[in-house]
Design a protein around this ligand. Sequence first.
Ligand code: C2E
Ligand code: MG
Ligand code: MG
Length: 463
Amino acid sequence: MPIVTRTGPGVNCREPAPLDHQAFHDPLTGLPNRARFMSSFSDALSSAAREKRNVAVLFMDVDRFKYVNDSLGHGVGDLLLAVLSRRLVGAADGALVARLGGDEFTILVTGNRPDMSARLIAQRIATALDQPFSIAGHELFVSMSIGAAVSTPRDKTITELLRKADIALYRAKADGRNCFVAFSDELDALSAELFDLDNALRHAVGRGELLLQYQPIVDLKTDAPSGMEALLRWNHPHRGILSPADFISMAEESGEIVHIGRWVLREACRQTVEFQKSLAGVSLVVSVNVSASEFRQPGFTDNVAQTLSETGLSPYLLKLELTESVLLGDVPGTLEILSELKNLGVGLSIDDFGTGYSSLSYLQRLPVDVLKIDQSFIGGLNREETAGPVLRAIVALGNALGMEIVAEGLETRAQVEFLGSIGCQFGQGFYYSQAVSPDAFVHLFELPPVVVRHGRNRKRLAG
Ligand code: C2E
Ligand code: MG
Ligand code: MG
């Protein structure tokens, strides 16, 4: 059934004759198509200019839509778009919603304060997406990134306004997706920078600009490191050392993460073999972070197997860290990939546990060995009364499921003691050591545990 879309007040929109319906509507969603949107937009901009008003445009797409198509098939992707478009129409409250193509949608906002209406619509869209979609037996959690631009007297063409909304959308994605960004002149300059960064990132692996630092994961009973997490840094030629927060989202968005992830895995395995040589007698397990797009890349398991065999690292000394969002939503294929990895002998960890929506029944079915409690819960110990009981519950849950538990972000002795007292076996955090270079990591083992523990050498080690 085609979706009926009303147009907002002030939009001088020519309703196409029934025979023209096909030419102006998207057959999948029933929404106005690009041609219809452009024509309505152009009319709205002209009348706004005459009446000295503004119009706003929202430009949005579905976060990680490609995974839905890749993992569930285009049929499910199409159904999702059709159902999603109904929620968008509901949230748009009368404003014109159009599908430009693929998973890209636009909303044309007119009226007295289109800037405020645009913001409200974005909020309503976020609320409308709170509930998962039930499509062909799958429960899908969907979020959208939204960019917005409001016309100024200088904006003579719809192309210019769409360019601004696109820049805002680009920024929303670079900020980690699932958010709303409104265009501003500063953003224009920032976008040029982001664009350069994006380009430079595509050469970072080839130019040898990436490096890994290692943060010990410590046995809370003995204070001895049982392993380490490999954490990625980018030594940018002009900006110096950048953290993952500055570039991982961008790499995920551009797809470069797959290339980067392969480098990370190989380097972490290679370095761990080196660590075994320099620290004879100490068996360390390396944990490597894996993004959703890497995990879903066809041939991911084969690449892990090949990397292990080429670097000579035992699979039992590798753990892959996946966030709840990767494991979430019962995406078919997830369990198969996890079992293939388990069959290789590789360990699996749920990273940042507690920040996503792990359904407890699902957790039970996952062949996961380690649960890493997100550092926000540990930080909460100093501020929130409920943090202690929540941590107790998470540790009890992990123990009941037979998982190892690692507390992330331990910064104080009180936190270490509390976590130890409630049955958490492992911890990681600045209290012990920051992530350090491979040389400094080896040096940690030359220090008596108490020094590692109290982080006295932290500055020296981090340098
Ligand atoms: P994560 O996997 O949860 O890693 C832990 C993060 O917490 C690291 O930040 C670490 O430096 C920081 N951290 C550790 N202890 C403490 C503490 O006591 N206090 C505080 N405030 N922070 C602490 P980092 O290195 O900036 O990494 C951030 C995130 O970037 C990681 O979170 C991970 O999700 C992602 N990441 C890092 N390396 C890679 C990588 O190689 N591939 C992918 N896909 N993601 C990566
Ligand atoms: Mg991690
Ligand atoms: Mg984490």
